[in-house]
Design a protein around this ligand. Structure first.
Ligand code: MN
Length: 200
């Protein structure tokens, strides 16, 4: 299996200021994301017989991963994959599209209700993990959480629409223990163009 590679951020490190600061972006992408990747590559290197697969494909069917590296692939592969998505979900200055609005209203009653429910789940989530907006197998939107670097695509057929990283490394430099402030400011850098594309 070929090693995976880390894409550069699709914008500059200070592009999400002041909501997510430049120092956090350097640490988060260059150190944390890079480490997940390095450990994932070291893990798969122990099984050179594995056929080439994309990271999503690998995580969707963890039972097909050799047992001795399954947990490492779930943790390191999940960390690599979740962060690949996370950078794409962020951008300053986008506006929620009409299509996204309609879908959120149909599923949650209103855009505000969706944001309240998502924020509440993110603020109250205990420990390290993620809160996600996903489309389930029935095509309905749901807000779900995952612990550590688990990803909702593992062993279920769901589509990830949006997600917030709730590990302290995502916000501690700027916000320290003030996770509610991080969550509330995070809405200012949601890439609604990305969401609109995924929801189609
Ligand atoms: Mn992270």
């Amino acid at each position: 299996m070929k090693p995976f590679t880390l894409d550069p951020l699709p914008y500059s490190y200070n592009a999400l200021e002041p909501y997510i600061d430049e120092a956090t972006m350097h640490l988060h992408h260059d150190k944390h994301h890079q480490t997940y990747l390095d450990k994932l590559n070291a893990t798969i290197a122990t099984h050179p017989e594995l056929p080439d697969k994309g990271i999503a494909e690998l995580l969707k069917d963890l039972n097909a991963v050799p047992e001795d590296i399954r947990t490492a692939v779930k943790n390191m592969g999940g960390g690599f994959y979740n962060h690949n998505l996370f950078w794409l979900m962020l951008l300053r200055g986008t506006v929620m599209g009409e299509h996204t609005k309609e879908v959120l209203i149909a599923n949650f009653g209103s855009v505000e209700k969706f944001q309240e429910e998502f924020s509440a789940k993110a603020v109250s989530f205990f420990g390290s993990g993620w809160v996600w907006l996903i489309k389930n197998e029935q095509g309905k939107l749901e807000i779900v959480s995952s612990t550590n670097q688990d990803t909702p695509i593992s062993n279920t057929k769901v589509t990830i629409i949006l997600g917030i990283d709730l590990w302290e490394h995502a916000y501690y430099l700027k916000y320290q223990n003030r996770r509610p402030e991080y969550v509330s400011n995070w809405w200012n850098v949601v890439n609604w163009d990305y969401v609109d594309t995924i929801l189609v």
